[in-house]
Design a protein around this ligand. Structure first.
Ligand code: 9MR
Length: 561
């Protein structure tokens, strides 16, 4: 009967926990009793009784929540929480491998974003589709004209991942996505050299993670003008396409203006790719080419340090107007830092270090598409032992990360959902779920450096947040969880005629900016989410949000307790 329906009032990770993990549910409403029970699904018997503890949230004081800590339940199995007068929760899984299916799906999410290819039903199942966007005839936009490539010159730049719910391919946003995915491999090579999740290349000699990265790298490599080393900011149609399948979205595609941000992000990615891939015999030669491309992009950026991508200004000067995503950034210090770190690690050339701040000026910022400094710093820390000349900087980076991690541990206690995400309403930007995931990535970097389990636990708390322990009650990955987005702002999911959205995609999440003007159920910062296709500001999916999610889950699985 209806009384058996789980109550959404009990918020928890809807996917699962390792036996040894901290396990917490947050209850939004309470009856008289403080008691809660964890009940075994198999036997129907209670296995644990605990007390709800009132949470004092500093950010939404008027909202009352209670914490149910059931960490002491460790036996693998299926459970639910039962609270008299409140109801029973969504199912809870405790398992030695709670995230394997989720990880495969989130990584396969990148395969589903592939441009220029048909997806075969043997691999894509009911989400099989025809090929679209061959991108073998892409036009040089007037803003990108050069002596050797005047406007309307035709170039080819096939493959790549679609950025998001739209079909364009943006270098800046591919930058952070690729950096994060390459770091996942670089941090956990033992796990990811063997791990496979059914993509067309699964039976070749390369790890699936690198094959997937190569799909986008092959596109990126074509975005550099071989003549001068400059990199086009994006490959795009003039306007966003309608909500149609890729093969129906056939408007003319352009490469537009070269930008300094694109050149530096490109340089960082190509350098990191060269380093990560060079030891595979089939990639040895291309790794040298990527390194050369990285250096050429750096040289171009040094000669053109202020080529900002300002779309409106560009449209005043050139036709046709380009109105797709801008990824415009006016602060490039962090892009210099990232590219400098990757190139320095590959070459040992001190000139790159001139772009890094003094050790005393290091501060922490959570990575985002417009702020990539710490991608470079993570790489430095990863390889620190090989470069003793970096000692003062490495000490400063480690100390900074430690201070941030410890501050987050304290702040977590004052959040409504027992996660780092929630400590500050300002974290709830467009794509806030990626802020949560990138906080998790930072905590994992810290855990790798210092080995303190509290930092790993805090990373897992943000994963719990993303998988359902949050103010919306949604598990934010399509296809996963008891309450999951069904209507992401994603052209393929909307147009393919399949009821279920493409699985394994992280939606943007709560965003009180509500720039899409859709009808949201709430304006409170962490409730400001709507599962409607209209909502590109809270319910779109992107590669730069999926990448830190893949990293966070991938790290958990690779470091399996
Ligand atoms: O993720 C981007 C977000 O940080 C910006 O505030 C927003 C508006 O400029 O754009 C977002 O990026 C979108 C991009 O421009 C086009 N593809 C979809 C992206 C996610 O909505």
């Amino acid at each position: 009967g209806p009384s058996d329906e789980p109550t959404p009032v009990i918020r928890l990770n809807q996917i699962g926990h390792y036996p040894a993990s901290e396990k917490v549910a947050i209850v939004m409403k309470k009856a008289e009793s403080d008691a809660f029970h964890v009940v075994s699904k198999e036997t129907g018997n209670p296995v644990f009784e605990g007390n709800l503890v009132k949470v004092t949230s500093s950010t939404v004081p008027e909202r009352e929540t209670w914490k149910a800590d059931f960490s002491s339940v460790t036996a693998p199995g299926m459970y639910h929480i039962q609270i008299d007068g409140v109801g029973s929760s969504h199912p809870i899984m405790i398992s030695e491998s709670p995230y394997d299916g989720l990880l495969s799906a989130v990584l396969k999410g990148f395969y589903f974003q592939r441009a220029s290819t048909a997806l075969d039903s043997a691999v894509a199942g009911k989400w099989a589709r025809a090929a679209g966007h061959p991108d073998d005839q892409v036009y040089v936009h007037a803003s990108a004209a050069s002596p050797t490539r005047p406007a309307e010159t035709v170039i080819a730049a096939p493959k790549g991942w679609y950025d998001a719910g739209d079909y364009n391919k943006y270098i800046v946003n591919s930058g952070i996505s690729m950096g994060t995915m390459l770091s996942l491999y670089e941090d956990f090579p033992d796990y990811f050299s063997k791990s496979s999740w059914d993509i067309p290349e699964s039976s070749n000699a390369l790890p699936d993670l690198l094959d997937e990265i190569l799909w986008n790298l092959d596109w990126m490599a074509e975005m550099q003008d071989p003549e001068d080393g400059g990199v086009y900011h994006k490959l795009t149609t003039a306007k966003f396409a309608g909500m149609v399948m890729p093969e129906k979205a056939t408007a003319k595609r352009y490469v537009v203006q070269k930008s300094t941000a694109a050149a530096l992000d490109f340089a960082a990615v190509m350098a990191q790719a060269a380093r990560v891939m060079k030891d595979f015999p089939v990639l040895e030669k291309r790794s040298k080419e990527w390194q050369a491309q990285a250096e050429a992009a750096w040289t171009w950026a040094m000669a053109n340090p202020h080529q900002l991508y300002e779309q409106e200004k560009m449209n005043e000067q050139h036709d046709p107007d380009i109105t797709t995503g801008a990824y415009g950034d006016s602060q490039l210090q962090d892009e210099w830092i990232w590219a400098a770190c990757e190139l320095y690690l590959n070459t040992g050339e001190e000139r790159y270090l001139e772009k890094l701040p003094d050790a005393s000026a290091i501060s922490f910022t959570v990575p985002s598409w417009s702020n990539v400094a710490w991608l470079g710093y993570y790489s430095l820390l990863r390889h620190a032992d090989k470069k003793t000349s970096l000692a003062p900087l490495v000490t400063a980076l480690t100390g900074t990360l430690e201070a941030v991690g410890d501050e987050w541990l304290t702040q977590m206690e004052g959040t409504a959902f027992h996660s780092v995400m929630g400590k500050d309403p300002k974290d709830f930007v467009w794509g806030s779920n990626a802020v949560a995931a990138n906080q998790g990535v930072a905590l994992i970097q810290l855990y790798k450096l210092k080995g303190q389990s509290a930092h790993l636990s805090a990373a897992k708390a943000n994963l719990d947040y993303l998988l359902g322990r949050n103010a919306t009650g949604y598990c934010f990955v399509t296809g996963f969880g008891a309450q999951s987005p069904m209507h992401p702002h994603h052209r393929i999911s909307e147009a393919d005629g399949v009821k279920e959205p493409i699985p394994g995609l992280l939606v943007g999440g709560p965003n009180p900016g509500q720039q899409d003007g859709c009808n949201y159920p709430s304006g409170v910062f962490d409730e400001s989410y709507v599962d409607h296709v209209c909502s590109y500001a809270s319910n779109e999916i992107t590669i730069n949000w999926n990448a830190p999610m893949a990293y966070l889950i991938g790290a958990m699985v690779a470091m399996e307790p």
